[in-house]
Each structure stands twice: as structure tokens, then as C-alpha cells.
Ligand binder design. Structure first.
Ligand SMILES: [Zn+2]
Ligand SMILES: [Zn+2]
Length: 437
């Protein structure tokens, strides 16, 4: 069977560019009548490790493998299929397999063209410098590819020590293309605390690699839709896991406009009139496999512990968020302290007290400087965030709950914060992972 390469080179207007348009799928699905093609499966570590920790290791592997598989005289198509770690473990191959055939095929074209142009070279080995440059190109290609992989590779967040992962960095608007507010606190590879569950966060939770069975506690800052809409999805997800211990759920009490946290949970799963009453078993202790949701209302007192677990302690402070019962949360875990402001306009002293000397302070950047009216009554502008961070002497500031009205204004936001806070400031994106040091 005449190969596409030969057709290209022999055709009237044969252009290498046409063949170069081959996709990796085409290459892998070529006719079985090309028995000389070789596919080498080779596993490499997860991409985050590749980029952040192990470039020399990766380079070594690429050099080693390609030197073995690149033929000296007759470069029949050799596809080096790189399986990243999660696919090697049976994960989603569509996301994580990167075929270096994409790189290899143009190189093969180059070899073929070389021989067509210089017939006298046909029987000579490929020059050494060409062979040696292939692994380098390979490494470069893989590194560039990985740079464009969405941050679905953040499964490694919190493998060691304490880390905060942003599941949702956006606000209520879907056009910000971010999940709504939600965070995970990791300890040594275990997702211990889930804070809020805004729309889209259930998907991000799955992408983070966390399991509902790992959680020690769930905390609500308040019950606005953009902080709570995915709660039933997350709870039902745990149905398919082997969780056999209670899950405490803590959040604010209620008022005329908002249910308390206890009422909120029961409104979903109460056996008599709950929205999802068919899942009422989630409120009942089970002997095997199931677990019991244990909701609690918290008034918010920074000086007394709200939830004390085996691995962590949590404290809450009442914050002002218009007329919405709202809490900021402090989590002390593994010798580190992380504080989440939740939505607040920054009035009052309790948030500063709660955030005192925090290693990481996650604040909500929902409005720009100069905001007025309802926006300002609900949210704190950057200057107020900076003042709170400075007064509390937090070590690091992360800005989340980014909305269309603040996205694109990062420079102005940062300059307002810099007027009072000199420490590190980072703007959060979905699935970002912040090590707490
Ligand atoms: Zn919000
Ligand atoms: Zn809110």
C-alpha cells in the first residue's frame, strides 16, 4: 500500500505541509498493512511533576527512549506514545495521552525529503547531530504541550504538608467562566475540609482528585447560591464511595430570608418533605458504607472552637455581608493556619481577629475600588482587603471570588492592596493549589 508520505512526495504538487497535517489519530489508526510501525508504550510521571520538579529526569527519559527507538537507517514511523501517570493507572486517557507521533511524523518527512534531495545520502546513516537533536525537540514539544493542559492536573495538590486548593474562583456570573466559590484544605494527600460549594464546584471537586470519603468536615460561609448550589451533588457523589463515618456540616444560623444551615441540609434530605427525600438515608447513620450528615448552626465567635477534629480545629467569626447571615472561617491544621473571609464588606473587627497571623488568607475580590451602593454593602474593595491583611499580619494573601467587574482590573486592585499590605498577593484561578508554608 502506497503510504501517504510517498504520495505526497511523488505527487505533482506534493507538499510536505499537506502530510504534516496528519493528526495523531490518523497516525495511530493507519492501516495494519504497515507492519513495520512500532508503538512503544512508555509511562512518565504526572505532568505537574514533569514541569515543576523533574525536567532533568524527563529529558533523560526522552533521550534514553528515543535513542533506543529511533532507527539509524530506515526511519519507518515510530510512535512513541507517552502515557502520563493517571492514564497509566487507568485514568482518562483522552485527557492525558500525548502522542509524540505528532512530533515524530514531520521528522520522518524530513528524513525522507533528505534522501530525495540528496540521493547519495540514501544509504548513509542519519547524521549524529540530527539524531541527537530529536530527543531535545521531543522534550521541547512535550513541555510546550503541557503548558496548555488545563489545570485538571492538579490532583497532586497537598500531597505533602498543608495546601489550599481553589475549586471555584468566580462569583455568581457564569460568564466569568469560573466555578463559584469553593475551597479544599489538603493535608498530606487527604482532602480534609471543604469550604462552600458554589455552582460548578462539584465538577472541580472531581477534577481535583479529592474524594468525599476523605472529608473531616464541611463548612459554609453563607448560603447564597454561589456558595451552596452544588451541595446536593457533592453529597450524592459520596453515595458511590465507601464512607462510613458522619460528615459534620457547619454554617451560619438563619434569618427571615435565609434558612439556617440545619434547615438548609434538611430542606434537601428530610424524609418527609425534602427536595431529595429519596436520599433521606444521608441523614441517618448507617452501619456499612453509608454515613450521616450532621448539620450545625454556628453563631460565630473567634475565641471558641467551632469544630474540633482529630486533625484540625476550626473557628468562625460573624462577618457583615448585607443582611445575609455570614461567617469567615479559620482552620488550624498541621501547625498551619488558613483563613477564608467568605463574602463580607469588611466592617467590624472580628475578621481581623480571626485572621491574626494566618499563614494564608483567602479574601474575596468581588468588587473594584470605588464600588458603591449594594455592591459595597455586600463586599469589601481592594483597599479594605489590604488593610485587613496588614492588620492581621497574614503571611500570604490569595484573592478569589473574582467577578466580571474585577477581572481585568488586577493592576489597580494590586496597587490598592499595596498601599497597606506588602506581603505576597496572588489572584486565584480554578484548581490553583497553594502550599501553606
Ligand atoms: Zn458570593
Ligand atoms: Zn454572598
Amino acid at each position: 500500500m502506497e503510504s501517504r508520505l510517498t504520495r505526497d512526495l511523488n505527487s505533482q504538487d506534493g507538499k510536505i505541509s499537506k502530510a504534516a497535517e496528519d493528526t495523531e489519530t490518523e497516525l495511530l489508526n493507519r492501516s495494519p498493512q504497515r507492519p513495520r510501525r512500532t508503538i512503544l508504550n512508555h509511562s512518565l510521571p504526572a505532568p505537574v511533576n514533569l514541569l515543576a520538579l523533574r525536567p532533568p529526569f524527563l529529558l533523560f527519559k526522552c533521550v534514553f527512549v528515543l535513542c533506543l527507538c529511533v532507527p539509524r537507517h530506515s526511519p519507518e514511523p515510530v510512535c512513541l506514545r507517552v502515557l502520563l501517570a493517571d492514564e497509566a493507572k487507568g485514568g482518562d486517557g483522552a485527557k492525558s495521552a500525548y502522542d509524540l507521533c505528532v512530533l515524530w511524523y514531520p521528522i520522518r518527512l524530513f528524513f525522507a525529503a533528505w534522501r530525495e534531495i540528496f540521493p547519495s545520502m540514501r544509504d548513509r546513516p542519519i547524521p549524529r547531530f540530527v539524531r541527537l537533536s530529536i530527543p531535545l525537540l521531543c522534550w521541547l514539544s512535550l513541555a510546550l504541550t503541557l503548558a496548555f493542559i488545563p489545570q485538571a492536573n492538579a490532583q497532586n495538590c497537598g500531597e505533602k504538608g498543608i495546601a489550599v486548593q481553589v475549586l471555584g474562583s468566580g462569583g455568581p456570573e457564569l460568564q466569568d467562566k469560573r466555578a463559584s466559590s469553593s475551597y479544599l484544605v489538603w493535608q498530606d494527600g487527604q482532602a480534609r475540609v471543604l469550604i462552600d460549594a458554589g455552582g460548578g464546584s462539584a465538577l472541580r471537586f472531581g477534577e481535583s482528585g479529592a474524594k468525599m470519603s476523605q472529608l473531616d468536615v464541611m463548612l459554609f460561609s453563607h448560603l447564597h447560591v454561589d456558595h451552596s448550589a452544588d451541595f446536593p451533588s457533592l453529597m450524592f457523589s459520596s453515595w458511590f464511595e465507601q464512607r462510613n463515618r458522619p460528615l459534620p456540616v457547619y454554617g451560619p444560623d438563619g434569618n427571615n430570608y435565609f434558612p439556617s444551615t440545619v434547615d438548609f441540609v434538611h430542606a434537601f434530605f428530610n424524609s418527609r418533605n425534602g427536595i431529595y427525600r429519596y436520599l433521606s438515608v444521608l441523614l441517618v447513620a448507617q452501619e456499612n458504607g453509608g454515613y450521616e450528615l450532621q448539620p450545625h448552626n454556628i453563631a460565630g465567635d473567634p475565641s471558641s472552637v467551632a469544630f474540633q477534629g482529630e486533625h484540625l480545629s476550626t473557628y468562625a467569626a460573624r462577618v457583615i455581608h448585607g443582611g445575609v447571615p455570614a461567617l469567615a472561617w479559620r482552620i488550624e491544621i498541621g501547625g498551619k493556619t488558613v483563613v477564608f473571609s467568605g463574602d463580607t464588606n469588611g466592617e467590624g473587627d472580628d475578621l481581623v481577629r480571626l485572621a491574626k497571623d494566618a499563614d494564608l488568607f483567602v479574601a474575596h475580590n468581588a468588587v473594584p475600588e470605588g464600588a458603591t451602593g449594594v455592591e459595597r454593602r455586600l463586599h469589601m474593595p481592594p483597599s479594605v482587603i489590604g488593610q485587613i491583611a496588614q492588620e492581621a499580619h497574614v503571611k500570604k494573601l490569595v484573592l478569589s471570588h473574582r467577578m466580571l467587574r474585577t477581572l481585568g482590573k488586577e493592576t489597580e486592585t494590586l496597587s490598592e492592596i499595596r498601599k497597606s499590605f506588602a506581603g505576597p498577593v496572588t489572584f486565584a484561578n480554578d484548581l490553583d493549589c497553594f502550599l501553606v508554608e
